[in-house]
Ligand binder design. Structure first.
Ligand code: DMJ
Length: 651
């Protein structure tokens, strides 16, 4: 599907190629815009010229005398000292050094010195030209092609950075956004519960502010800042992740202090290696969401600035991005543990929603082009039994290992297919088809029922099933229900039912623990059902996926059991995770005494508390027909096909 079809909201300037996306054709873009091939030809011409000069200087009779005597009127008294004479092999730096010194010595216009400088420079240029020509000739045609493409992209990225810097982003029509602010629920008991959740947000926020302000996360027990390597040294993950939750909870002062921090301190100009996925879902997603809710330009500016920084991650032969990127050098790589140097499905498959919005917000199709290429690669690949393996090699563009999961390593790729379809106002038919084909295969090969009737989603390893389900996989209940309306072949009720069954299983995984919060993974083998059997799977780190599914099930069915289950989770969080300094994860949900992991994850504020708050709000707060939640629960409006076209500001 052409990118234009996905971007009804902005007009792409003429020549939407990578270099032309901002209306700055090659002509207007200055010397930086020369292609490698052009540079190469220029260098050859230049080298021929230099060779001629050399010939003239060294082989014509007494040419040096001629030059110095006729052109520069030299006198023996102004000859440079012998020890400073650049001999063969002298470097340009030596000549420059010489120039500087002579300047200090007050000998401007010394013709012999000038000649020496010129010769050294000519020699240096000549050598460099030969070196570059040699390097270029050693490259494969595909490598030369890639270099040219990267050079062009660099120009496009520089132009885009300039637009952000010079406040030249296109105007955005925020008028059709509905449901960002709501009234109070009519039912007093519900109102009270919602107030309680807001109080939890205050507790989490105030302690972060007191003990870890500006750091990524809070250590609620030891009361300090917590830094995860996922964000390199980008700071403030909790602030950016919390912005939209603060907004919808009407915590205005807190929102304002967060905004001021973003304005003054959020900085991406650093030497940092970051997880492209994590930075995208938390920072880019959080900033875009805050922009749409509040209309404050600073959030859009920072989101686009960060988006530009992430673009070099796509410089791979297949265009499938690296997992890790140094945002200063633009050098990417994959996780050392990932099979055969692969990129991860859930990571490169979870950029789509944010990048489509970045194109809209920047007026530049470059972001959408990148994620549409990922889509094309995936769509064209042969899929084992219709399933998408978790590992894909970005160099070969081929699957690396046949492991399939709807939990970790796979999860949000499926979520983003469905949401791409919904966010496009149901115009992205390719996403719809890929989503429904994928979940059909998942149902056939991964979804099973336990002896006592619990539906679960297993993991698939080269055709063999591992009967384990992760906490992360619990999001799928909400996904099946959210997509049910548009299901083919009259399967709407079926998918709604599947969503309800997954919600029930995940509730059971909570209910069968001591603390009533679920483990990281639970199993359906060896006589157990929905219970963690391995010590390293018994922890709970304030994750949202179970209450996320309750939220969708509540909105789509209004079955009161989902509010009841959500309230059980609130009580458990209060009883077992709340400490004086915030909220902490637990090391073992089956153990009667809390053992804290001492981390208040930023997604607790972005997701867990937001979904709980929405369960106890009326449906007119963030209606699902108008808003899409990214995988970190950040809000992205549906890009309506009827919305007025926004012109790119060409000034
Ligand atoms: C969040 O960062 C996102 O929900 C992501 O998709 C998965 N993991 C965490 C929460 O568990």
């Amino acid at each position: 599907m052409p990118v234009g079809g996905l971007l009804p909201l902005f007009s792409s300037p003429a020549g939407s190629g990578l270099g032309g996306g901002l209306g700055g054709g090659r002509k207007g873009s200055g010397p930086a815009a020369f292609r490698l091939t052009e540079k190469f030809v220029l260098l050859l011409v230049f080298s021929a010229f230099i060779t001629l000069c050399f010939g003239a200087i060294f082989f014509l009779p007494d040419s040096s005398k001629l030059l110095s005597g006729v052109l520069f009127h030299s006198s023996p008294a102004l000859q440079p000292p012998a020890d400073r004479k650049p001999g063969p092999g002298a470097r340009a730096e030596d000549a420059a050094d010489g120039r500087a010194r002579r300047g200090e010595e007050g000998a401007p216009g010394d013709p012999a010195a000038a000649l020496e400088d010129n010769l050294a420079r000519i020699r240096e240029n000549h050598e460099r030209a030969l070196r570059e020509a040699k390097e270029t000739l050693q490259k494969l045609p595909e490598e030369i092609q890639r270099d040219i493409l990267m050079e062009k992209e660099k120009v496009a990225q520089d132009q885009l950075s300039n637009r952000v810097g010079f406040k030249m982003l296109p105007p955005v029509d925020l008028a059709p956004l509905v449901g960002a602010i709501d009234g109070e629920p009519a039912d007093a008991a519900i109102r009270e519960k919602r107030e309680k959740i807001k109080e939890m947000m205050k507790h989490a926020w105030n302690n972060y502010k007191r003990y870890a302000w500006g750091k990524n996360e809070l250590k609620p027990v030891s009361k300090g800042g917590h830094s995860s390597s996922l964000f390199g040294n980008i700071q403030g993950a909790t602030i950016v992740d919390a912005l939209d939750t603060l907004f919808i909870m009407k915590m205005k002062d807190e929102f304002e202090e967060a905004k001021a921090w973003v304005d003054e301190n959020l900085n991406f100009n650093m030497n940092a290696e970051v997880s492209v996925f994590e930075v995208n879902i938390r920072f880019v997603g959080g900033l875009i969401s805050a922009y749409y809710l509040s209309g404050e330009e600073i959030f859009r500016k920072k989101a686009v600035e960060l988006g530009v920084k992430l673009l070099p991650a796509f410089h791979t032969p297949s265009g499938i991005p690296w997992a890790l990127l140094n945002i200063k050098s633009g050098i990417g790589r994959n996780w050392p543990w990932a099979s055969g140097g692969s990129s991860i499905l859930a990571e490169f498959g979870t950029l789509h929603l944010e990048f489509i919005h970045l194109s809209y917000l920047s007026g530049n199709p470059i972001f959408a082009d990148k994620v549409m290429n990922i889509r094309t690669v995936l769509n064209n690949l042969e899929k084992p039994q219709g399933l998408y393996p978790n590992y894909l090699n970005p160099n070969s563009g081929q699957w690396a290992q046949y492991h399939v999961s709807v939990g970790g390593l796979g999860d949000s790729f499926y979520e983003y297919l469905l949401k791409a379809w919904l966010m496009s106002d149901k115009t992205d038919l390719q996403a719809k088809k890929m989503y429904f084909d994928a979940i059909k295969a998942i149902e056939t090969h991964l979804i099973r029922k336990s002896r006592n009737g619990l539906t679960y989603i297993a993991e698939w390893k080269g055709g063999l099933l591992e009967h384990k389900m992760g906490h992360l996989t619990c999001f799928a209940g909400g996904m099946f229900a959210l997509g049910a309306d548009d299901a083919p072949e009259g399967l709407t009720q079926h998918y709604l039912q599947l969503g309800a069954e997954i919600a029930r299983t995940c509730h059971e995984s909570y209910n069968r623990t001591f603390v009533k919060l679920g483990p990281e993974a639970f199993r359906f083998d060896g006589g157990v059902e929905a219970i963690a059997t391995r010590q390293n799977e018994k922890y709970y780190i304030l994750r949202p996926e179970v209450v996320e599914t309750y939220m969708y099930m509540w909105r789509l069915t209004h079955d009161p059991k989902y509010r009841k289950w959500a309230w059980e989770a609130v009580e458990a969080l209060e009883k077992h995770c709340r400490v004086k300094g915030g909220y902490s994860g637990l090391r073992d949900v089956y153990f009667h005494k809390e053992s804290y992991d001492d981390v208040q994850q930023s997604f607790f504020l972005a997701e867990t508390l937001k979904y709980l708050y929405l369960i106890f709000s009326d449906d007119d707060l963030l209606p699902l027909e108008h808003w899409i939640f990214n995988t970190e629960a950040h809000l992205l409006p549906v890009l309506s096909r009827n919305i007025k076209k926004v012109e790119v500001n060409e000034k």
